[in-house]
Design a protein around this ligand. Sequence first.
Ligand SMILES: Nc1ncnc2c1ncn2[C@@H]1O[C@H](COP(=O)(O)OP(=O)(O)OP(=O)(O)O)[C@@H](O)[C@H]1O
Length: 297
Amino acid sequence: MSIEVNHLTKLYGNQKALNNISFKIDKGEIVGFLGPNGAGKSTMMKILTTYIDATEGEAKVNDFDVQKNARDVQKRVGYLPEHNPLYLDMYVKEYLTFNANVYKIDKDRISDVITLTGLTLEAHKKIGQLSKGYRQRVGLASALLHDPEVLILDEPTTGLDPNQLVEIRQLIKSLGKEKTVFLSTHIMQEVEAICDRVIIINNGEIVADKKLTELKADQQQIIEVEFDYRVENVLLNRLKHVQSVKNTHDFIYELTFSTKADMRASVFDFAHDNGLKILQLNQKNKNLESLFRELTL
Ligand SMILES: Nc1ncnc2c1ncn2[C@@H]1O[C@H](COP(=O)(O)OP(=O)(O)OP(=O)(O)O)[C@@H](O)[C@H]1O
């Protein structure tokens, strides 16, 4: 197991930032840690990276306890904190060399991580001259210096423009082929773009822990249909796979189906067979973003 958290609680004074949290992450998984601002994401990551201690419970990385075996954990974890701390006056290569020296890492690794994070053309620039996306690459390069098995990335794409966002997501995805990645975000699309699994946290508690494939399979199909006249709910309830019927406005009905099969054609056929006229029909499936809102509001 790459990460194992058991009944973990963190108090800041009286405030419970994490409340009895448990989860496991297998080797090689890319897991999104999703939650609104203040949910407890950074707190969890700081505990896993040994920066702060939990109040109760335990956390392990590659079977090493974060409190009892902190040094062993640090050797196996690469961490990109939320506010990526960089020395802006240093050159990229100079900064990575400095970090490699501090942690007594073989010099060969410097050119490896520069290539890996796409920094070859920037290696001789000052960090202060780089765009936010490239600064994130420097942070990632630094986190990768000791070739950790587990990467913990706290909101790695916050503040990036759409192009840089795509590039950094691709980079994280490719790093995930070799490493376990645990990344925090408050953007559901990010999880969809990068992750195999999502753990959703709200007010310090886990409210969902699912594989992306499961989440997508769980989605309901909603069809909004407008008829030219009032239709009895009883009639619409006879539609195959219909779960609920809601009259939302005048002659507009929201039909929820319990199947993933596209029901639009069936609704048309049903209307035709029952002498009903359809003026409008929209399929408006619940997306993952609305699921996140439901779970965290
Ligand atoms: N050092 C601290 N002292 C007191 N309270 C803190 C401290 N650090 C965090 N908190 C509080 O704990 C809660 C969880 O914070 P945390 O930073 O873990 O959330 P987050 O999910 O990472 O939020 P964001 O998405 O805004 O970064 C918040 O209410 C925050 O104000």
